[in-house]
Each structure stands twice: as structure tokens, then as C-alpha cells.
Design a protein around this ligand. Structure first.
Ligand SMILES: [Zn+2]
Length: 153
């Protein structure tokens, strides 16, 4: 079976030690296409779009950035966000030219308590990619939907 050469290089960049120490795929044994399709289907079943999730993550990240590593209220007090780590910059592993700074944002709203990075909004919006199961920064669509509901409804 022939592999798409562009996909092969994306898979190399998603592997541990290239752009991130632990990689983006974790122990997930599904193909990249299967991972993306399953997560997008979960989001679709909840009636929430990638743009809504990505916009929310961008909003929470921006608000967290204003806090200078102290907790900040976001979404009119429905959420609390805090930058807990920031260093350097990271390019999108899909090699689309996007770069953002490396940071970890802690967001809490309702029963949801998650960590995300500034790269997540881009990965979800542009690539439908929530990272593989078992990767350090995988985001479960159901948690993002719960975050969205807690912040926006
Ligand atoms: Zn990209």
C-alpha cells in the first residue's frame, strides 16, 4: 500500500521527540484519519462545531494570558483560567505554517477541569485533531463540549 508522502511527514512530526517530547499520538493505534473522524463525529453528535470549540479555547487562552500566571475569571465568571507554563514557540505538526507559543492553560468551568495548549484551538479548527489517546495533551470531545456548555449556555 502506498502512503501519501505528505501524510508520512506529518506522522513523523506527530511522533515523540520531534515537536513535543511525548508526541501527539500517545498510545493510539488508530490511523490519524480514524482518530480525526471519530472525534469529529463525537463533536457533531453533541451539536457543537470545531469553530465554536476553537473560538472558546482562543478566548480562554487570551484571558489566561492577561493573568500573568495568576487565575483569571473568564466567560463572565463561569470559568477560571490560568497560564501554568510557557516557553518558546511551536509550529503546527501538520506543517501548514502556523506557529504559536508553547504554553499550558488550566481551565475550570462547572465540573470540567482541563489543561490545553494554544496549539489546540488551531489543531481542532484547521485539522480536526484532538491528539491521540494516551498523549499528554489529548482533549476529549466530550470534555470540550462540557466546557462549551458551562461557558456559553
Ligand atoms: Zn496547522
Amino acid at each position: 500500500m502506498k502512503r501519501n508522502p505528505a501524510l508520512a511527514s506529518v506522522l513523523q512530526r506527530l511522533a515523540p521527540g520531534r515537536l513535543s517530547r511525548s508526541g501527539f499520538l500517545g498510545q493510539d493505534e488508530r490511523s490519524l484519519e480514524e482518530i480525526v473522524a471519530a472525534d469529529l463525529a463525537d463533536l457533531d453528535a453533541a451539536g457543537v462545531g470545531v469553530a465554536q470549540i476553537a473560538d472558546l479555547l482562543d478566548e480562554l487562552h487570551q484571558r489566561a494570558d492577561e493573568g500573568m500566571e495568576a487565575p483569571q475569571d473568564a466567560c463572565g465568571g463561569r470559568a477560571t483560567v490560568e497560564i501554568i507554563e510557557a516557553m518558546g514557540r511551536i509550529p503546527c505538526p501538520f506543517a501548514c505554517g502556523f506557529r504559536t507559543h508553547k504554553a499550558v492553560v488550566h481551565a475550570r468551568a462547572g465540573t470540567v477541569d482541563i489543561l490545553f495548549t494554544p496549539l489546540h484551538a488551531h489543531l481542532i479548527r484547521e485539522h480536526g485533531f484532538f491528539q491521540g489517546r494516551g498523549s499528554d495533551f489529548r482533549l476529549e470531545p466530550r470534555d470540550l463540549v462540557a466546557l462549551y456548555v458551562a461557558c456559553k449556555s
